[in-house]
Design a protein around this ligand. Structure first.
Ligand code: RIB
Ligand code: CA
Length: 313
């Protein structure tokens, strides 16, 4: 039986990679896309999510979510990374479809209640929709199969401050609620996504095998790769959001450590995911009685990229 997933997303070039990867994976059944601000505004993220369903010709509902962080001022959208359109400034036409008439958080609650114990939520952006779902119906935490999120970092440097990753920094209060709720969270952060380099040779082969999705991803990715190449002197881009899809398809690709994660919500460390490994105790109490998160620390990069390529080809 295919694993039921909801993808919470801010598309976003690497979000588009993750979403097409999931649509093409026979092991996964995508029940819906829920959108958030992040790489772009929530309006544009919603439009982009609908565009992705239309390119892939799938009938997957899109529900619009939160527009701003829960307690801090919004940060500017990173158009230098994803383009002003979120797709690398490729001038793609607006979609024909519309979002459903239900908020992202309500869609999450209703879908989890419809399939208790069966739904995995894959979060690829700031975590406001998940926090709102918990606020509407705290019981959903016990009814979700797993939350797999791209965000945070345990020991690797951050990408928006020396210690903070962008998705967590964009709504640290929501992230702290998600890490401390009683559901199984798996964190796929920069510790692993910075170990995987996606380059144009892989994207070119996918484009050749699958001109529709592959061609779109190749065109979007050029802006993204230019950003990474100029900033980090690398020939390609890091493999962020799509790593979550590989994890749900084949968790053996990753090595995980267990521990309690709390998020710094103020000061110069704002947005930091602070990881207390299982079995270590500290005089400071903030990590006591916090559920164990599975934090991915190792990844088989070759196997991961092979799964991405074969699934999309
Ligand atoms: O830090 C990487 C994350 O930030 C990815 O989810 C990317 O899409 C951006 O949202
Ligand atoms: Ca994202």
């Amino acid at each position: 039986m295919a694993r039921k997933i909801i993808i919470d997303t801010d598309p976003g070039i690497d979000d588009a990679m993750a979403i097409f990867f999931a649509f093409q994976a026979p092991q996964l059944e995508v029940l819906g896309l829920t959108t958030t601000f992040g790489n772009v505004s929530v309006e544009l993220a919603t439009q982009n999510a609908i565009t992705l369903t239309e390119i892939a010709k799938v009938n997957v509902p899109v529900a619009k979510g939160v527009a701003v962080p829960s307690k801090i001022a919004p940060r500017p959208h990173p158009d230098f990374v994803h383009g002003a359109d979120g797709f690398g400034n490729i001038d793609w036409p607006a979609p024909k479809g519309k979002a459903i008439d239900k908020s992202a958080a309500q869609f999450i609650v209703d879908t989890v209640r419809e399939f208790p114990g069966e739904v995995t939520i894959i979060a690829l952006g700031p975590l406001g929709n998940l926090a709102k779902a918990l606020e509407i119906d705290p019981e959903v935490a016990n009814l979700v199969d797993e939350v797999v999120l791209m965000g945070g970092t345990a020991i690797e440097y951050g990408n928006v401050s020396p210690v903070a990753e962008a998705n967590i920094m964009n709504d640290p209060h929501a992230a702290d609620l998600v890490f401390t709720a009683p559901w199984q969270v798996t964190m796929i952060g920069l510790d692993v996504t910075h170990q995987v380099l996606l380059d144009n040779t892989v994207l070119e082969r996918i484009k050749k095998a699958n001109p529709t999705e592959g061609g779109f991803l190749y065109d979007c990715a050029q802006h993204y790769i230019n950003f990474y190449s100029s900033r980090f002197d690398m020939d390609g881009c890091y493999f962020h959001d799509a790593s979550t899809i590989a994890y749900v398809m084949d968790p053996s690709i990753f090595g995980v450590e267990l521990g309690a994660v709390r998020v710094a919500c103020e000061g110069i460390g704002i947005g930091q995911t602070i990881f207390a490994p299982q079995g270590m105790s500290f005089p400071e109490p903030h990590w006591n009685d916090v559920p164990m998160t599975q934090v991915c620390m190792e990844v088989d990069s070759e196997k991961l990229l092979a799964l991405f390529e074969t699934t999309l080809s």
